[in-house]
Design a protein around this ligand. Structure first.
Ligand code: ADP
Ligand code: MG
Length: 253
């Protein structure tokens, strides 16, 4: 592979300089981390699955008019994306109480919320991505009021789309995390959806059995993470074959 400049290496992905200005290559690693990287493991095939699933969701969102950073998939683990100025917020949309919300408020996991709730965490691993009120975001200049209003509107549209797609394959979209970034076209700035959408960043529960099909499987040692992600991909028709277990050659006679 040609030498190329590494821009950033995170917990789950690596960004490389892209072939043209304004682009990056996003490489999906097999590394799984949880609890702010206290728990770490390599899960064979996770990167391949997340690359495909993020492509699938971002392409669908683009088709309903939501601007995203996704340009094209390059290979099993890499996609070409538009480079953006990341807004340092984790935008979380919740339909059902789970995870940190359930814990913080002493709610039972699985309690349906009366309406989708959008919340923000400040993206900072050292601080453990703390929940921040809108007022902090605006006062500290991380985003403007107008940007936050746009982000909330976009996040709710992403939620409707993702909920519907998942409902269609018997999966409940409990919550998810997305990130947004700024791009400039001349003097005009707009927000686009960046980072990834995958079972790493969503909570997905099978509607019939309640089986968890997301990163909670890894967080709480509930089974084989790659199997869970493969199940999501299979139901969505994204990857008909099992990405994690190599297909054995068949004898032709
Ligand atoms: P982290 O450990 O910081 O979450 P990841 O492993 O998720 O990192 O790698 C992706 C990083 O790249 C994230 O920090 C994310 O904010 C950033 N990123 C995602 N999409 C883009 C983009 N289009 N342009 C610039 N940065 C991006
Ligand atoms: Mg990340």
């Amino acid at each position: 592979m040609a030498r190329r400049k590494k821009i950033y290496e995170g917990k789950a992905k690596i960004l490389y300089e892209g072939p043209e200005p304004g682009t990056f290559v996003q490489y999906f690693k097999d590394d799984a981390t949880a609890f702010n990287a206290e728990k770490m493991e390599v899960i064979d095939g996770k990167g391949v699955l997340n690359n495909r699933l993020s492509e699938f969701f971002m392409t669908g969102l683009a088709n309903i008019g939501i601007p995203t950073h996704f340009l094209k998939r390059l290979n099993m683990r890499e996609q070409l994306i538009r480079s953006v100025e990341i807004i340092p917020l984790e935008v979380i949309v919740r339909n059902i109480a789970a995870g940190s919300m359930a814990k913080r408020l002493g709610m039972e996991e699985g309690t349906a919320l009366p309406r989708p709730i959008v919340e923000f965490s400040y993206k900072d691993d050292k601080l453990g991505d703390p929940l921040v009120p809108e007022e902090y975001i605006i006062a500290l200049g991380w985003a403007s009021q107008q940007e936050l209003d746009d982000i909330v509107a976009l996040a709710l549209r992403v939620n409707d789309f993702m909920s519907g797609v998942m409902y269609g394959v018997g999966i409940q979209l409990v919550d998810f995390k997305i990130e947004f970034g700024r791009v400039w076209e001349g003097d005009f700035m707009r927000l686009i959806l960046a980072d990834e959408i995958s079972p790493d960043s969503c909570r997905l529960w099978d509607m019939k059995s309640g089986r968890k099909l997301d990163k909670d499987v890894f967080r709480h040692d509930l089974g084989d993470l790659a199997d869970a992600y493969t199940e999501v991909a299979r139901r969505l028709g994204v990857m008909p074959t099992n990405a994690t277990h190599a297909v054995k050659p068949t004898l032709i006679n």
